[in-house]
Design a binder for this molecule. Structure first.
Ligand code: SF4
Length: 346
């Protein structure tokens, strides 16, 4: 049975996406299956209305597992001596972009740890890919000075992903060693100022996170009007200080996906790899809860396994990004597969 107060609360959020923290907490807190189904149905309806009933593909290339940072949740943190490190050469990255392009996908996401790679090397790679293909380039290489972001924008980069992970300063500090929330948010503001289509997001279920904090994060995302929003459950990595913490709740994650859809409306929202890497693959569930992007992994097979942010990551043994299975995922969620660049809808 759906409680009248749940329906009323949901209607308020649908009518006014500037939802109150209290309403978001109430909706996040339900474990009633019928209420969750209603929330997901409404989120999918709003997604179809604002973005179309389609699932966008972005080709992901993880080009370096080196990182100078030491986030307490991440298997690539610099203190993890068991992490296997690799760095693709510029030629290898450009070759990966060809694979993405040949698969018909018009966006490449170049991701790495905070490798410290010279800014000009990345700029040259961006320039070379742009010279070969009319494709959008998304960078996701962490915190860098404004001049680096500007250099890459000038070279042709279109988009940038940088999750804030939590807008709560204490929680942020408990997850990030020696870094501040202020710097992270400043980087995000800089990226928007420079004209990047900007993406951010957070993990659900990190130790110390509360429903209040999740609700605040959801409101922050809507207020910043990000073009892309990625969230996924916290998955503890055995070689990190948070190894013994429980994993984030997938159902709470799905409710957060739905509420982000209702409050941020026309953002591109991936069914993240983390959502597909749990006891089963929940990516269709995320699509049915309002997500609309999938990021097949085009990193060379021999390095996929080494990009170990969290354990059990799906796709590490796939030889190519299997577009037939992408079609199946889209169809299962009632969506059509879309290969376009899918620029910002803001
Ligand atoms: S989350 Fe990113 S910045 Fe932090 S340790 Fe992992 S790869 Fe490095």
């Amino acid at each position: 049975m759906i409680r009248p107060e749940f329906s009323n609360c949901l209607s308020r959020v649908i009518e006014n996406p500037k939802a109150t923290e209290t309403d978001l907490i109430f909706l996040l807190d339900t474990i009633n299956q019928k209420e969750q189904d209603l929330l997901f149905t409404e989120a999918a309806r709003i997604r179809n209305q604002y973005c179309g009933a389609r699932m966008i593909l972005r080709g992901l290339v993880e080009f370096s597992s080196y990182c100078g940072n030491s986030c307490f949740y991440c298997g690539l943190n610099r203190t993890n001596s068991r992490a296997e490190r690799y760095r693709l050469s510029p030629d290898q990255i450009v070759e990966s972009a060809r694979l993405v392009w040949n698969a018909g996908i018009k966006t490449i996401v170049l991701q790495s740890g905070e490798d410290g790679m010279e800014a000009q090397v990345i700029a040259d790679v961006v320039y070379r890919i742009k010279a070969e293909h009319d494709m959008a380039i998304t960078l996701s290489v962490g915190e860098r000075p404004r001049k680096d972001y500007a250099l890459w924008k000038d070279a042709g980069a279109d988009r940038y992903l940088l999750r804030f992970e939590s807008t709560n300063p204490e929680l942020y500090a408990s997850l990030h060693n020696g870094r501040t929330l202020e710097t992270r948010l400043q980087c995000l503001d800089t990226l928007q100022e420079l004209g990047y289509q900007t993406g951010s997001g957070f993990m659900v279920g990190t130790p110390g996170q509360t429903l209040e904090i999740i609700a605040q994060d959801i409101r922050f995302l809507a207020q910043k009007n990000y073009d892309m929003i990625g969230i996924g459950p916290f998955i503890p990595h055995p070689d990190t200080p948070l190894r013994n913490a429980p994993a984030g709740d997938i159902h709470l994650t799905l409710r957060a996906v739905a509420l982000i859809r209702l409050t941020s409306r026309n953002a591109w929202l991936p069914a993240t790899t983390a959502v597909g890497s749990l006891d089963r693959d929940y990516r269709v569930d995320a699509l049915q809860a309002g997500a609309n992007v999938l990021m097949p992994n085009f990193s060379p097979l021999d390095v996929k396994r080494k990009y170990g942010i969290y354990p059990g990551k799906r796709c590490v043994t796939e030889t190519t990004a299997d577009t037939d299975s992408m079609e199946d995922l889209a169809r299962a969620a009632g969506l059509t597969l879309d290969y376009s660049r899918a620029d910002t809808l803001k």
